[in-house]
Design a binder for this molecule. Structure first.
Ligand SMILES: C[S@@+](CC[C@H](N)C(=O)[O-])C[C@H]1O[C@@H](n2cnc3c(N)ncnc32)[C@H](O)[C@@H]1O
Length: 381
């Protein structure tokens, strides 16, 4: 047994999942799928396996995502991850939510390295089938090569060939709007496990386990928090951080500091139940390291909440909405993300979240903070 095999066995043992899913992971070592060049930090230099085999192995065998392509394959001014191998526990949780069984016909959107597709092939066994779709031709070619002998069909593009009728769909790129084409790919009552992104760019992308309920409709609970890269067809412009560079005129105290808000999906629950706000997380290095700042914005009204709960901004509208949602969750004892159910009508493009606490429509157009060229950074510091 090589060191890499040992590391793989350790990773597999640590997964919190079913015996079937653990066995499928055990059969498909991650190091056989991750390419030789990776980007260990979200921002930073590429790491080549040939030059740093130990660094490569420790990135591959951390229970975390591994970035395998940046900038759609082009070197750009910033490293925006555009392909990766997802974090193993997240993959295991999504496979479990998809209720994959032997003999199923499964479609995956976002082949990436091919590792998840290989695990899916183990789960469905010789009587089932896996079709995996990848938009990037270079990424698809790599995966096709690594998946040789697994029976997985890799399609370059955004949709499988043929009529559909799949028993389950797993997407490994996040969408703000669930495409009608995805709903139509699966049969009635089949599962669609999808990372759902409330904003065009940035923010959480919690995973939802939908079930197709009609010709254009699907319904299901949120199952866990996640942070996936976006479907390349739904990339929005990078949003301006609310209040960036502006002077704070209003100061107050929020009941919880930004660090605590980020704990245990709390901020995700607030994001999901404040669809009228634009909420972002940033750091303020000049205030002592990478302390997170939670910014809530509504149009040109914004407030920054700091780790100690102090809050400063310009206007009170956004903070009032955010505080109301916070109080609602606090009084309810912070029920889990799975207390929220997403209802999608992909034809009318309605995305409605429901729980016993309320109903929230997530509109197609998000109100993003306006750019204010005359009032730039520097004035508030
Ligand atoms: C997180 S990675 C996939 C991880 C992968 N399942 C694995 O096991 O390595 C997301 C992938 O989705 C691809 N992608 C993005 N938008 C897509 C789309 N509309 N259709 C197909 N693939 C897409 C990206 O190119 C990227 O490779």
């Amino acid at each position: 047994m090589t060191d890499l095999d040992r590391a793989h066995a350790l990773l597999t043992d640590r997964l919190d999942t079913t015996d079937e899913i653990r066995a499928a992971f055990a059969a498909r070592p991650r190091h056989e799928y991750v390419p030789d060049v990776i980007w260990p930090g979200a921002v930073g230099a590429a790491l080549d396996r040939a030059e740093d085999p130990d660094g490569w192995a420790s990135s591959v065998y951390a229970d975390d995502y591994v970035t395998t392509q940046i900038g759609d394959g082009d070197a750009g001014p910033v490293n925006i991850p555009t392909s990766s191998s997802s974090a193993p526990q997240l993959m295991a949780d999504m496979l479990r939510a998809a209720e994959i069984e032997p003999g199923m016909r499964v479609v995956e959107i976002g082949t990436g390295t091919g590792w998840n597709a290989a695990i899916l092939a183990s789960l469905v066994g010789p009587t089932g089938s896996v079709t995996s779709v990848e938009i990037d031709p270079d990424v698809a070619a790599h995966a096709r090569d690594r998946l040789t002998g697994t029976g997985v069909q890799v399609v370059t593009g955004t949709a499988p060939d043929g009529p559909g009728g799949f028993d389950a769909l797993i997407a490994t790129c996040a969408v703000r709007r669930v495409p009608l084409a995805w709903v139509e790919l699966v049969g009635r009552d089949a599962r669609l496990v999808i990372p759902w992104a409330p904003y065009p760019e940035g923010g959480p992308t919690p995973v939802v386990a939908l079930r197709r309920t009609g010709p254009t409709t699907a319904v299901g609970p949120l199952v866990r928090d996640a942070s996936f890269m976006r479907d390349r067809r739904q990339h929005g412009a990078r949003q301006r951080f609310p209040g960036n560079g502006e002077k704070a005129t209003d100061r107050t105290v929020f009941p919880e500091g930004s660090r605590d808000l980020l704990r245990n999906d709390r901020l995700t629950r607030l994001v999901l139940t404040c669809p009228e706000l634009y909420i972002a997380v940033g750091g303020r290095p000049w205030e002592g390291g990478a302390a997170p700042v939670v910014a809530v914005g509504e149009g040109d009204d914004w407030t920054h909440i700091r780790p100690d709960g102090s809050a400063a901004g310009n206007g009170t509208r956004a903070l009032t909405i955010f505080t109301k949602a916070y109080t609602m969750w606090e009084e309810a004892g912070w029920p889990g993300l799975d207390s929220l159910t997403l209802e999608v009508d992909a034809r009318s493009d309605a995305h409605t979240l429901r729980s016993c606490l309320g109903t929230w429509e997530h509109p197609a157009q998000v109100r993003v903070p306006p750019t204010r060229p005359g009032n730039r950074r520097g004035s508030s510091r």
